[in-house]
Design a protein around this ligand. Structure first.
Ligand SMILES: *Cc1c(COP(=O)(O)O)cnc(C)c1O
Length: 436
């Protein structure tokens, strides 16, 4: 069996036509016809999802950028975030949600998750807003919920709270392209929406990202900062600091090809999720993370409105291991320092100095990862919460223990277009075989 990866890029075949066109017309620069057309495709994709029909004048606009991280950075800049400011961000996320806050000299304030969606806990969010205002005398400048592994956040309540305090929401939908809450795609609820087209995401441009914004005026402002903040003089005139964040016309060609298969990709991720659920339902001690329903929310919290629906794209399929589950070899977990990049993760160049840290997945989770790895299956722990990352040790955090406890028990399983039904059966068999 060839190695089964977490999420591999998958081409439609049309990408090369668009790239060839870029070469033939000599548009090998960070702008051009492919960039404009890819933006139009994305605008069509996000604007066709509204429950209430939007008119041309209030349709969302999309700016293509060199990375999702750049999109987070520019959204924060557009929200006026600067030195000394605070930004409320989901702690259970990939570092690209929070690192750009620090690029601007601001401080991330981490918000823990609710157990149902694994995403930003709205009650904790409101508690944090009140406490930051009381402690600093200033209102936080932005709120960043994250669609972890594609799962929608409670955007109904987050928007209601954000609007009440007048704080803009930047949706980090980098992992949630095409996920929907109440039928509407993520990234279109807040002031800004972040998308990523990195090599492992729902669609790819090799590397790239986009920012969804409200209108042409906001789009122009983002474009201005994404292209070195040039004023319209015949010579270079600069009155602001800008960035070189525009998407290349070559990458956008890949993106145009990918847009022809985006619906198929999303459908396939959901299919793989369903198959895992079916094949693992009788395996004791292993629980798949699924779309929450109303019944999952206890009575003592403000539940989603009665018709609320979570519709994850299941970018990655994730499960949790009961702490009592015995996995073969778990007594040897964490005995050795990991020397290579785990699972071939690109860009990991710092060798670990210790085999353990003070916050890590349980031994049975690590043993399961190692067992799957030996069966040529890439699995990875859930993202380690940012409030437990040494680099953020001084950042304020509002925690309830949820993300830390999920990190201890969770595992990401392969998903995506290359994962066949036979692969899923093979992976589930390998999981069963690893149980002691
Ligand atoms: C991938 C990702 C990003 C950023 O995307 P890049 O295109 O890799 O810069 C941002 N937030 C989250 C949660 C992500 O997973």
């Amino acid at each position: 069996m060839d190695r089964i990866y977490l999420c591999l890029a998958h081409m439609s075949g049309k990408e090369q036509d668009f790239i060839k066109e870029a070469f033939d017309t000599n548009w090998v620069v960070p702008m051009g016809p492919n960039v404009n057309a890819f933006e139009k495709d994305l605008e069509h994709f996000v604007n066709s999802s509204y429950n209430v029909q939007r008119t041309t004048s209030n349709e969302k606009r999309v700016v293509c950028l060199s990375a999702g991280t750049a999109a987070v950075h520019l959204a924060l800049l557009a929200c006026g975030v600067g030195p000394g400011d605070e930004v409320l961000v989901q702690s259970f996320t990939f570092c690209a949600s929070s690192h750009p806050i620090t690029y601007l000299g601001a401080t991330p304030v981490f918000i823990d998750s609710e157990r149902e969606s694994w995403n930003m806990d709205p009650d904790l969010l409101e508690e944090a807003i009140k406490d930051r205002i009381a402690k600093t005398g200033k209102t936080p400048k932005a709120i960043i919920p994250v669609a972890l592994y594609g799962m929608p956040y409670r955007i109904d309540r987050i928007m209601e709270i954000a609007d009440r305090y007048g704080i803009p929401v930047i949706e980090d939908a980098a992992e949630g392209l095409g996920s929907r809450f109440n039928g509407q795609v993520l990234g279109t609820f807040g002031k800004y929406g972040v998308l990523s087209f990195n090599g492992n995401k729902m669609i790819t441009t090799s590397g790239g990202g986009a920012l969804i914004c409200d209108d042409e005026k906001d789009k122009n402002e983002i474009l201005f900062y994404a292209t070195q903040a040039r004023e319209s003089y015949p010579y270079y005139q600069h009155e602001h600091i800008g960035y070189n964040y525009r998407m290349s016309n070559i990458c956008a060609g890949i993106g145009r090809g990918q847009m022809t298969v985006i619906d198929d990709h999303i459908a396939h991720h959901k299919h793989v999720q369903d198959l895992y659920c079916e094949l693992l339902k009788d395996v004791k001690g292993i629980t798949m993370h699924t779309n929450p329903t109303l019944a999952d929310y206890p009575d003592n919290v403000q539940r989603p409105t009665s018709n609320a629906t979570f519709d994850s794209n299941f970018w990655l399929c994730t499960c949790t291991l009961d702490p009592d589950l015995k996995v073969k070899g778990q007594e040897n977990a964490y005995k050795e320092v990991v020397t290579g990049a785990v699972g071939g993760a690109a860009g990991v160049t710092h060798a670990a100095s210790t085999a353990v840290t003070d916050c890590q997945p349980n031994a049975n989770v690590e043993a399961m990862r190692v067992a799957l790895d030996a069966a040529n299956i890439e699995a990875r722990p859930l993202w380690k919460p940012m409030h437990k990352q040494p680099v953020y040790r001084d950042a304020p955090a509002y925690v309830n223990g949820v993300s830390e406890s999920l990190f201890a028990v969770g595992l990401c399983l392969p998903a995506g277009p290359y994962v066949t039904d036979d692969h899923v059966r093979y992976i589930v068999d390998a999981i069963k075989a690893a149980i002691a």
